[in-house]
Design a protein around this ligand. Sequence first.
Ligand SMILES: [Zn+2]
Length: 271
Amino acid sequence: MPELPEVETTRRGLVPHVVGRRIQGAVVRNRNLRWPVPRDLGKRLRGEQVLAIRRRGKYLLFDCPHGHLLVHLGMSGKLSLMRSDVPPLVHDHVDVQLEGEKLLRLNDPRRFGAVLWLPEPAENHALLAGLGLEPLEPGFDGAALQRLAKGRRIAVKHFLMNGRLVTGVGNIYASEALFRAGIHPARSVARISRARWDRLAKAVRETLERALAAGGTTLRNYASAEGRPGDFQARCAVYGREGEPSVRCGTAIRAERQGQRSTFYCPRCQR
Ligand SMILES: [Zn+2]
């Protein structure tokens, strides 16, 4: 599933090739994504110019003079820039045609992705209004996390993975960040000191940035947007490493169910 680093890698890969270009229209081969693709998408987009590409949580926003094209990659989506004469494959559901014989193509086998047009200020849209803190933005620090945790008694891993509190931190990144910060995933947020919140904020950011760097390297030679999460996963310290020695202390990594997900942690390094 594309996580925040893959979405951000996609965004960074597209910016130099797409920002400033005009949109000529859209081809929708299958409207049945997570929400129906608007019937008039092509009409809405025709003549618009992409002024900026932003990310909010795992949503990509293509800012245009009269609204925003919103794209979500869902469970299996990939958004790539290609020449407009490349024939579509079976799961290529939406093309956005750009000037200069290029197009943005959404391939999404499982169809949990989304392509919408938001005429109003994007921030007011129901999908975006309730999103939590952005871990890669400057205000993401120990003080902000501690404020957000005030009055709550949930496990710190659930706190990190709740998109209404913190956006874009999936299971892998939450597990890795908690290992980096030395915090047990089941610890209540009511029992975390300010110094440990500081460490955790830093650990979340560093974990995501390392994943971004791994995705970024696959992008360098190719003017398309393709993240490879596997590159990061191969370098995980705890995630998927049950029974292997902790890189810090040699104790065997444990795996436990926590809510719906598996949690991986070192019982000695994480308290
Ligand atoms: Zn350890």
